[in-house]
Design a binder for this molecule. Structure first.
Ligand SMILES: [Zn+2]
Length: 113
C-alpha cells in the first residue's frame, strides 16, 4: 500500500482535514466486526486493530482484524474475507487469491506417503 504524507501550514487546516477524513469510523468498525464475528463462528481468536501512521497527528488509515494463534487459510479465510455485506477491494482480492490457491492444490495434490 502506498502511504502518502500530507503537511499542513496550520493546526486548523490539519484538524479540519483529519476530522473530515475519508475513513468513516463507524462504517469501518461495523465492517471489521462482520469479519470478526465470522472468524469467531469458525473457531478463531480474532483481535481488532487499526493501521496507523504514528506521527502528529496520528493518521488512521484502515481498520483491520488480526488473529492470535491459529490463522485462517483456505475456505475459512475466503468466508471471513467475504463476511461483510460490502467486502472491500482488499477483501475481494485476498479471497480471489486464496480461491485460486485452493484450485491449484486440488489440481496438483500433495503426494501422500
Ligand atoms: Zn474487509
Amino acid at each position: 500500500m502506498a502511504v502518502k504524507t500530507i503537511i499542513y501550514k496550520t493546526y486548523g487546516e490539519c484538524r479540519n482535514s483529519f476530522l473530515s477524513s475519508a475513513l468513516d469510523f463507524e462504517e469501518t468498525l461495523d465492517h471489521e466486526r462482520e469479519h470478526f464475528d465470522k472468524a469467531v463462528a469458525l473457531g478463531y481468536n480474532p483481535v481488532y486493530g487499526f493501521r496507523v501512521i504514528l506521527d502528529f497527528p496520528p493518521v488512521i488509515l484502515a481498520g483491520l482484524v488480526d488473529f492470535e494463534g491459529r490463522v485462517p487459510e483456505g475456505q475459512d479465510l475466503i468466508d471471513i474475507c467475504l463476511a461483510p455485506k460490502n467486502p472491500g477491494e482488499h477483501d475481494h482480492s485476498l479471497a480471489e487469491k486464496t480461491r485460486s490457491e485452493l484450485t491449484q492444490q486440488k489440481n496438483n495434490p500433495m503426494p501422500r506417503s
